[in-house]
Design a protein around this ligand. Sequence first.
Ligand code: CO
Length: 141
Amino acid sequence: MLTRIDHVGIACHNLEAAIAFYESTFGLVVVSRERSEQQGVREAMLRVADAPAGTSYIQLLEPLGPDTPVGRFLARHGEGVHHVGYGVTDISAALASIGAAGVRLIDSRPRHGSMGASIAFLHPKDVGGVLTELVQAPGPG
Ligand code: CO
């Protein structure tokens, strides 16, 4: 069902400072920047590696304000790992299967994510405390 780790989402206070750190320390390159009012974040995707199953990324997340999901995460936990995103080939089938296994779905149907992907989040309380995201890359068409 899971094809790879698509990305690790990292919450930060200052997106530009976090990008500069990952660029200078690890030599990563920003491949996408987006702002989502709906999710309350500014974000950057940095390519880590290309593999046969697809590319993997670091996703840096800066909240647009304190009263957003990432803003509340930062207030509670400080900077650090926010979620893990796994690649799937059929996100609707994966959600049906995972939901049937008893895991609560934050998104019962897929929504638009970074770089044209379809995404859905699973409830961290049912995944050992890990906020978990499913990512279906946009199709070739
Ligand atoms: Co993500």
